[in-house]
Design a protein around this ligand. Sequence first.
Ligand code: C6P
Length: 418
Amino acid sequence: MAKPSNTIQPPAIPDILQKAREDFPILKRTVNGKPLVYLDNGASTQKPQAVIDVLNRYYSNENSNIHRGVHLLSVEATSAYEEARHTITDFIGANDDSEIIFTRGTTESVNLVAHSFVEPQIQAGDEILITHMEHHANIVPWQLLCERTGAILKVAPIDENGALDLEAFKNLLSEKTKLASFVHVSNAIGVINPVAEMIAAAKEKGVPTLLDAAQSIQHMPLNVKELDCDFLAFSGHKIFAPTGIGVLYGKRALLDEMRPYQGGGDMISTVSFEGTTFKEPPSRFEAGTPHIAGAIGLKAAIDYLQSIGLETIARYEEELLKYATVQLRAIDGLRIIGNPAKRAGAISFVMENAHSHDVGTILDTEGVAIRSGHHCCEPLMKRLGVSATTRASFSFYNNHTDVDTLVSALKKVSILFE
Ligand code: C6P
């Protein structure tokens, strides 16, 4: 069958994004003697100099524990940490800072909701609803919960293009559903879910929702009040901030009713051997010394992102993904996996005769970093009839030259494995 044409104009790069690329020192390095082409942003994004500088400044000038000391360093570190929380409140449109809990990342945020919100109220025979395209972080915590409680995990189906069956999702919501937890943008195939409709349908049935925004928060503007989700989770390292820091947003009324996730320092009001009382949210859910530098780095990353503007980023990335999709489709032996109507962040594909790990290794020799494997989405891979894919995942600092380098490296793979 003739391959589709690859005639498409490269997207124009807005000046602000052209300049922003210069802010990422790592993008100037070489890999295997070739300029780095970083297309593994779904796994983790690179860090701008502004974030690196803030971390350096924090450790050089303010490093201290928070909420504990009366000395100046502790006061400064505490106020920087709490300012970071406030930045996130504004960034996602939460009502106030008490709705923002710092976690280690999306995974921990989901586990926190499972332990502290769902588990105390779920009974054998009750249900948790997810979709077939979830990351393992939004599958396994629910399986473990079901094992502990006798609850049942329900899975909304998707079609062969990777699109959610919205009607089936709606039909699976019932009075037994204690939570609907679903991904906004699939990390593995880039499909954008109709989350506004999913949340509205859940609300209609009185079902609380948790939105996994790990792969959307860095690509499009998000507002929790407009979405009206009950919980939202994301990871700092996928939004240009350090690893080990993430966020769980929760509506204050729900957080108030929730039991602690972990016990320890800083989350208590009083402790005696007879019993302990707990602080109000968010402190109740932040036991022990948190990742202070991580939170401060996350604030710097969000400030940086907002100085560019997520609308600009979303518009440009959409064009870049279109350009990449057309170019990739024209490569002999390459098949894109998942063809959603709306895509963000990632394109996944397989190559005839070549395992995705071999593709990844060959691309690496050309300086191109992509991810290969099941992308922590084994059920999704199985549904789409593959065991693994090669995934190119994009950020605003990628440009059409990156895509062209990927494409020419893939043409070499195609010839090699003919
Ligand atoms: N996806 C990827 O390469 P953590 O590991 O907690 O920061 O994020 C987990 C997670 C949850 N949901 C989605 C949609 C995700 O994409 C991820 C992380 C990475 O796709 C690493 S597996």
